[in-house]
Design a protein around this ligand. Structure first.
Ligand SMILES: [Zn+2]
Length: 423
């Protein structure tokens, strides 16, 4: 079937429902209804947005919380320890099954673009081999990018440099890193040199777990920015987490944010994990731990937001709902000013698309018809209610559907439907 017609949907700020005609997987026309020659989707007056982006998750670790042992302290370091204990039990089948389960959760939430870090500190690269299969199996519906991610470090793990390069040769899309986890600052710098060298050699973008700590002496983001500038890789480099930026002194943070902007480095905040994993060495006052989102946005830096974890050793909660992530970003980052709130939904849509360098992204003629349709008046309601979409389409084909649910309350004994919208 080469044509899909979506009737009765609102686009952007538009109040009047329009018809979207899709041909060959792309949006052919937004506006007039010229009749249907294929699949018809009733948008029921809903709001259509581009399919959501999760630019940072660890699909090899999802749904592993509790086995072989739970994370009793809930800390980042115990999480890494529990993950190390889990690794000997990993098989390709186990990873595929868990990853595909969570990808289905993402799809139900309208998320069709996912960048997953994959732990390559494993002499057999089991997780990468499994996720390469998943990537291929779902490519018609979900854009899955895999980052070669050295969870246990490069220079403090046996054969770390060789494993990183082998992962890229096997087909990882993106070069990863974790410089703050090396034993010394010098090794962290060496790790970044290696990662950028591999990115150049194989023509891949980079996504570095950078300064995921409250330590204000962890200053690898400046090196990421500098190497990005020197290598002319602006727009192709992402620093994930960058939580230490929240702990730097203000004059240094001011300088650094300008460097990040000038170099063209994107930032991915992970508000769910950041708010529970950082600030753990503080008594009171406790730091929030998330990077300086408001200040980065004010400088014009691309800031996206990732789910990071779904029921894994670092975060026992989560369901693949990127609106929950956007809501947490808005709360922790205090993005509740009327001009600031749009950054929260952009963080899981357009900004995420820039991080993943997605072409043809958006609700506009000519773009790929990856769409989610919600029963809400406007985008702010997506942050407020974190709803499931009524319809999700990948290249114009329906891939998820959630029937609308209404609540009834008995108001003074009389049943009334509650919509959660201002009347
Ligand atoms: Zn991560």
């Amino acid at each position: 079937m080469t044509e899909t017609v979506i009737r009765q949907v609102r686009v952007g700020d538009g109040r009047e429902p329009v018809t979207i005609t899709i041909r060959h997987g792309r949006i052919a026309e937004i506006g007039a209804d010229r009749g249907a020659h294929g699949q018809v989707v009733d948008g029921a007056g809903g709001l259509v947005v581009p399919a959501l982006v999760d630019p940072h998750i660890h699909l090899d670790a999802v749904l592993t919380e509790g086995f072989p042992a739970p994370n009793r302290s809930g800390t980042l370091l115990e999480g890494i320890e529990r993950w190390s204990q889990r690794k000997p039990y990993l098989t390709e089948d186990d990873i595929c099954r868990r990853a595909e389960e969570v990808i289905r959760w993402h799809m139900a939430h309208g998320v069709l673009n996912i960048r997953s870090h994959v732990d390559i500190c494993d002499p057999h690269l089991t997780a990468l081999r499994a996720l390469l299969k998943v990537r291929e199996a779902i490519q018609a519906v979900v854009t899955l990018q895999l980052v070669a991610f050295p969870q246990d470090g490069i220079y403090c793990f046996p054969d770390g440099p060789e494993l990183l390069e082998e992962a890229i040769r096997l087909g990882a899309d993106v070069v990863g890193g974790i410089p703050h986890y090396e034993w010394t600052r010098e090794d962290g710098l060496r790790e970044l040199e290696l990662a950028f060298g591999l990115a150049r050699k194989y023509g891949r973008p980079l996504d570095i777990h950078c300064d995921e700590t409250d330590d204000d002496q962890s200053r690898f983001l400046e090196t990421v920015a500098n190497l990005t500038r020197q290598n002319g890789l602006g727009g192709r480099v992402t620093a994930s987490h960058a939580t230490a930026l929240a702990s730097y002194n203000d004059p240094y943070a001011f300088k650094l944010i300008r460097m990040v902007k000038a170099a063209g480095v994107h930032i991915v905040a992970n508000p769910l994990d950041n708010i529970v994993l950082q600030g753990r060495f503080d008594t009171y006052r406790k730091r929030r731990g998330m990077t300086r989102v408001k200040e980065l946005l004010a400088e014009g830096v691309t800031v996206a937001a990732g789910h990071d974890s779904v029921m894994d050793p670092w975060y026992p909660l989560g369901s693949g709902n990127q609106w929950f992530v956007a809501s947490m970003l808005a709360h922790i980052g205090q993005l509740t000013g009327s001009d600031e709130l749009p950054a929260a939904w952009q963080a899981v849509t357009t900004a995420g698309a820039r991080v993943m360098q997605l072409r043809d992204y958006g609700v506009a003629e000519g773009m790929r018809a990856d769409l989610a349709i919600y029963d809400v008046p406007g985008p702010a309601d997506l942050i407020r209610l974190m709803p499931l979409p009524r319809w999700v389409l990948a290249a114009g084909q329906v891939v998820a559907h959630t029937p609308p649910a209404n609540s009834t309350v008995w108001w003074h004994g009389v049943p009334q439907t509650v919509s959660f919208f201002r009347s």
